[in-house]
Design a protein around this ligand. Sequence first.
Ligand code: ATP
Ligand code: MG
Length: 411
Amino acid sequence: MSMKLNAAEMPWMQSTAVLALFTAMPEASLRFVGGCVRNALWGEPVGDVDLACQLEPKAVITALDAASIRFVPTGIDHGTVTAVIDGTPYEITSLRRDVETDGRRATVAYTTDWAEDAQRRDLTINALYADVSGQIFDPTGQGLEDLSARKFRFVGQADERVREDYLRILRFFRFLAWYGGQEKVDAASLKACREHKAGVKSLSVERIWMEMKKLLSAPNPVRACHIMLTNGVLETVFPEANNVDGLEALVKLETREGIEPDPLLRVMAMSARDSLQIALLTKRLKMSKAESTRLRDWANDGAQLSTDMAERDKLAAIYTSGKPVIFDRARLRAAGDADPIQSVRWMGLARLASEWDIPTFPVTGKDLTQAGLPKGPAMGKALKALEALWVRSGFTTEKPQLLAALKFMGY
Ligand code: ATP
Ligand code: MG
């Protein structure tokens, strides 16, 4: 594993914004840290660029001000100032050690010692730093080694590190989900996660859900979820959604069909299609309105689906239940069907649900008034009845025929 990143090959190291930050800070007081260094060394895409700085937050702010760089004091209590350049946020965290922790928050003291800062980070692979030239620093002495072995290991005493901040349990599995292969999992780290799994419940549900969404966005989170399951962690965070076999089937389908990872769809694959369970899950995790609606609509849908339905019945189901619901249900049935031919047929329904342009019902209240119907509840009923007729015809009956049908229906 190289001790140097080739800055010339790393656009994220050389962006005007990043260079402006390094120019704004005193020489050698600023380093890249965390995910960007880790992923660059692995050759994985780099997401956000995090920085560590020897200056205390106040001095960071002074330096940014002097360089006319905009910032938000996002996490000033734990030493983070977020510089914003051209709309991109850069988290600059002052080197610190945690003086006191309660499993959720830490009281911090600032330091200029990189090694001390490394000690308060979660995993050895996340405690790697790089200077602006790409020179790597590995203060724990284990980061590079663990990186090349894909060993996910807490810095120092795993047990202590987990008790300081229970979110680390979920982060551990998130990194395993994203970057783990089939390597043996570090026993001490896993043991700490297992033994303190109940601590996860003390975290805010928003943080749990956000972390689980990141985990479930990994290309293949099956092994990590399986390890969470066998160690009782999955049950703790997702009591309503721990069917890892269902997840595995969906991931296989995603690979076969080129479906992008979709955390919500994966949650569905891990749950029973049960209104009550899903209501509990969405409430407990305080999911967003859009997320809750999607999950509930899926769980509550009453349409009968099968692969040998007539085309018009398929279209009727899509019209009545809505495109997203049938799209989700059909893909999940495709994932769950062991018969490859049936599975392909389910995907046919999914495709129909995603591609079909829902036609507009041609009859309006105005048409009925012109046809002589009085306004009122009867008109609403008549409209519904005509719409049902239109749906049953496979959306083919046109307005004149529909209006003509009115008299046979007793209006
Ligand atoms: P990515 O950004 O790809 O999700 P990351 O490792 O950069 O992964 P961030 O949440 O951006 O994760 O945090 C940046 C760094 O801050 C981490 O690499 C780690 O060193 C440290 N860190 C973040 N959260 C924690 C935590 N809960 N406990 C200890 N260290 C943490
Ligand atoms: Mg990051």
